[in-house]
Design a protein around this ligand. Structure first.
Ligand code: C5P
Length: 223
């Protein structure tokens, strides 16, 4: 039997990272934050001076990425880049790097390698549609644009990073537009995904709902 995957997709700042991490913890599964890989390529490109339109240069960077995930920390070429990755410039650049098919191809096997026993929770934009189309459970998390902007604002403030709510809101909208309209692996709900609107719902309640769906899918019953 293949290793089970729970795919959690959704727009920026929908809360999918927090939910996916808690799910992985509750189930004792591995966790893949696929956005971190796109952010890493973005960071590497900013550092190497490779432009967002240089598909070949970006794909090469993606192939050669020397990455290590250790708990909550991420290392690039041996240096801790966890904080740098949360910078909005990195997220913005990531969404300009992500539309290139060659970059996505270069990251595909890296993502699939996270599928290890006893299971994997993976979050991103195309987990259920492209990377793990055979996922045992696919969830599409949404939240209102206002709530997502506020969530990202709070996250950044907590980390001591200065942010402006209006500008954040504008940037998130631009990023969503790029993610949903790109030709390759756009952000969209898989046909067999279950949709969950997290607006005004505490994270614990969202996690409980997904866990209930998971148990249901395991017992072979459907709702
Ligand atoms: O999830 P996060 O906001 O960190 O992702 C940053 C960017 O990386 C997204 O805006 C998107 O363009 C890209 N991405 C993607 N496919 C994924 C995960 C992230 O294209 N599976």
């Amino acid at each position: 039997m293949s290793v089970p995957v729970i795919a959690i997709d959704g727009p920026s700042a929908s809360g999918k990272g927090t939910v996916a991490k808690q799910l992985a913890q509750a189930l004792g599964f591995h966790y893949l934050e696929s956005g971190a890989l796109y952010r890493l390529v973005a960071l590497a490109s900013l550092r190497a001076g490779v432009g967002p339109d240089d598909a070949e240069g970006l794909a090469r960077l993606a192939q050669l990425l020397e990455v290590r995930f250790a708990g909550d920390r991420v290392f690039l070429d041996g240096a801790d880049v966890t904080l740098a990755l949360t910078d909005e410039r990195c997220g913005e650049r990531a969404s300009r790097v992500a539309p290139h098919p060659a970059v996505r191809r270069a990251l595909l096997e890296r993502q699939r390698a996270f599928r290890q026993p006893p299971g994997l929770v993976a979050d991103g934009r195309d987990m259920g549609t492209v990377v793990f189309p055979d996922a045992a459970l696919k969830v599409f998390l949404t939240a209102s644009a206002e709530e997502r902007a506020q969530r990202r604002y709070n996250q950044l403030k907590q980390k001591g990073i200065h942010a402006n709510l209006r500008a954040l809101s504008r940037d998130l909208a631009a990023r969503d537009a790029r993610d949903t309209t790109r030709a390759v692996a756009p952000l969209k709900q898989a046909a067999d995904a279950r949709v969950l609107d997290c607006s005004s719902r505490p994270v614990d309640a969202v996690v409980e709902t997904v866990l209930a769906w998971w148990r249901e899918s395991r017992s072979g019953t459907s709702a």
